[in-house]
Design a binder for this molecule. Structure first.
Ligand SMILES: NC(=O)c1ccc[n+]([C@@H]2O[C@H](COP(=O)([O-])OP(=O)(O)OC[C@H]3O[C@@H](n4cnc5c(N)ncnc54)[C@H](O)[C@@H]3O)[C@@H](O)[C@H]2O)c1
Length: 280
């Protein structure tokens, strides 16, 4: 029986997805402890407490996690930035989260990203889709921090038994905004359902799950979602007509799964060859 009175810590609570989770889990009776470096903009759910904190501040993070059963780690730099900007919140901050989880015997839901694997090519019609065990192919410093986060989860499970689920989120927005998102979109409701399943699953170990709705144009197939019993219910197909042919027209962005992030600061003359084993 799940104990909803033991607190669940949500980092990045003031961000777009943190607010979605706070609203959904608060409405379902979970006891929430919220934190972010920015003020929480909404009314607090009943019983929830918000504390402003920087993920770089390890002592405060340890204190915030005291007595928690789980940490939903959605805080940090959420788009591409220079390495030095990403480093503190996404690398050091992540270490603080995992140390706190280890001490509290709490499980961690890590908001990972498709940008950890962004340089895999998009599958063509009938081509094999990507399994969650695929190699990391980060497309940015941001994506690299997500790969690091997943690996930290791997180590904390192997070494300390800290359970963690790495949700490799595609594009979590109210609606898909371009053609790529017909493949990568994650609805807010499917995200909230995944978080609830994560909290109630009997046993997780170290798991990687594609964070996308039930999109027929998906790039991805095969992950550990059975461990939490999550089945996304929404689909980006409903938006196909509205999205139409909205594409970037950048050959790099259109070739790889990470889209526009792969094209940022790109200095090769052209996309790498299809055969990854040849050397140009
Ligand atoms: N929205 C998406 O499509 C998507 C896709 C893949 C992964 N993700 C991941 O999901 C998480 C949430 O994404 P989001 O879209 O809500 O982003 P967001 O930017 O709206 O939220 C991130 C929150 O982290 C907070 N934060 C930043 N630096 C901090 C620090 N030093 N200390 C404490 N808090 C800090 C910000 O104030 C912000 O409220 C992020 O980790 C992001 O990388 C999101």
């Amino acid at each position: 029986m799940t104990d909803k009175t033991r607190p669940v810590l949500i980092t990045g609570a003031s961000g777009a997805l943190g607010r979605v989770l706070t609203r959904a889990l608060g409405a379902n009776g979970w006891t929430l402890r919220l934190t972010d470096i920015a003020p929480f903009p909404d009314d607090l759910p009943k019983g929830a407490v918000f504390t402003k904190a920087d993920l770089n501040d390890g002592v405060t993070i340890l204190r915030l996690a005291e007595g928690c059963q789980a940490i939903l780690h959605f805080g940090g730099i959420s788009t591409e930035h220079p390495f030095e900007v990403v480093l503190g919140p996404n690398i050091r901050g992540l270490y603080h989260i995992y140390e706190a989880a280890r001490r509290e015997k709490a499980r961690v839901l890590f908001a990972s990203s498709n940008h950890a694997i962004g340089f895999h090519e998009r599958p063509g019609e009938g081509e094999e889709k990507l399994d969650a065990d695929c190699a990391f192919r980060p497309d940015t410093f941001y994506g690299l921090s997500k790969a690091y986060g997943e690996l930290m989860g791997r180590m904390y499970w192997d070494k300390h038994g800290v359970e963690n689920l790495n949700l490799r989120i595609g594009s979590a927005f109210p609606e898909p905004a371009e053609r790529r998102m017909l493949s990568t979109w994650l609805s807010y409701d499917d995200l909230a359902r995944a978080a609830e399943k994560f909290l109630t699953a009997p046993r997780i170990g170290h798991a990687v799950v594609w964070g996308a709705s039930n999109n027929s144009a998906t790039y991805w197939d095969g992950d550990h979602r059975d461990r939490i019993g999550w089945e996304p219910q929404d689909s980006a197909e409903l938006f196909r007509a509205a999205v139409g042919e909205k594409v970037s027209r950048n050959p790099v962005a259109e070739r790889y799964q990470g889209g526009g992030y792969t094209a940022m600061d790109y200095t090769r003359d052209k996309p790498s060859p299809k055969d990854h084993f040849s050397l140009d």
